[in-house]
Design a protein around this ligand. Sequence first.
Ligand code: NAX
Length: 328
Amino acid sequence: ANAPVTVTVTGAAGQIGYALLFRVASGQLLGPDTPVKLRLLEIPQAVKAAEGTAMELDDCAFPLLRGIDITDDVNQAFEGVNVGLLVGARPRTKGMERGDLLEANGGIFGPQGAAINAGAADDVRVLVVGNPANTNALIAKAHAPDVPADRFTAMTRLDHNRALSQLAAKTGVGVADITKLTIWGNHSATQYPDIFHAEVAGKNAAEVVNDEAWLADTFIPTVAKRGAAIIEARGASSAASAANAAIDHVRDWVLGTPQGDWTSAGLVSDGSYGVPEGLVSSFPVVSRGGAWEIVQGLQINDFSRQRIDASVQELVEERDAVSSLGLI
Ligand code: NAX
C-alpha cells in the first residue's frame, strides 16, 4: 500500500463538504491503494458541525481513513498537506457589491495561500471550488510564491460534466461516447462550453449537431446557467454534483486522463490561446505524470474566439479589481 496522503478540506461543514468527505475517505479520490488523512478547516462557529461529520466518517469504518483532524487554524489545516480542496468561501449576500465579495474572499484565500506556502508538502496540489473560484485561486497562488504556480487550479469540471450530459442527451448517445469537450474561461455565466473539437462516438460533434441556433441559444446558456437552475429547482445550490466534479478533477490530476480524450480545468495561463499569462482560466487539459498540460494547437473559429475573449475579459476585470484592492 502507498503512504497516507493528507487531504485538507476547507468549508468542511458545508453542503459540498458533506457530499465530498465520504467519497474522499472511501478511496474514490486517490484510488483503493492510498490511505487518507483528513484535515477539516472551518470557521469557529462551524467546528462543532464539522465534528459531527467526523463522527459519521468514523461510523463508516472506512479502511483507508487514517485519521481526522478538525481545526479553525489555517496554518494547522495546511501543515503537510498533499491535496487541498478549498471549498469554503464567502457567498455573495444581498446588497453586496462585487468589490466587497472579492475583498471578503481575499481575506480567506490570501491567508490560505500563505499557509500553503509555509507548511504544505512539496507535492501539494490545490483545487479551488469556492467562488469566485478562478480569482480565489489567483489570490491563493499570489500568496504562495514558493509553490509552483501550476499547483493552483480552479474547478470547471462541474461545467464540463454538465456540458457532457447536455450534449449526450441532444445527440442520443451515452456520456462515455462524448470526448474532447472544452470549457474555456471563467467559472461564471460567461464561461464558454466548446463543442467544435468534441467528438460524438468519434464524429465531430458540431457536425453531428449541425444546429448553430441550438448551440448559441440552448446549449451554451443551459450549461452556463445550470447552477442557477439547480438553485431554482432544489432550493439549494449544487452540492453532490460539485463534490463529484472535485473528485474527478483531483483523481485525473493525480492518476492521469484517459488516452484520446481531454477534460477542462482552470489553470494559471502560460499565454496559450491568447489568454494573458498568469490569469487562472479554464482550458482543454490532459494530465500526464501527475501534472496538467494545456492541449495545444486547436484551431479556434470566430464563434469560439468571441466567446473565449468575453470570458477572459471578465477574468482580466476580476484580476484588476483584486489587484487594486491589494489582494494579489
Ligand atoms: P456552504 O455555505 O454550504 O458551505 C460553505 C462552508 O464554508 C460553511 O460551512 C462555512 O462555515 C465555511 N467557511 C466559510 N469561510 C471559511 C473559511 N475562511 N475557512 C474555512 N471554512 C469556511 O456552501 P457550499 O454549497 O458547500 O459551497 C461552497 C462553495 O462552492 C461556494 O463558494 C459555492 O459558490 C462554490 N461552488 C463552486 C462550484 C464550482 O463549480 N466551482 C459549484 C458549486 C458551488 O456553487
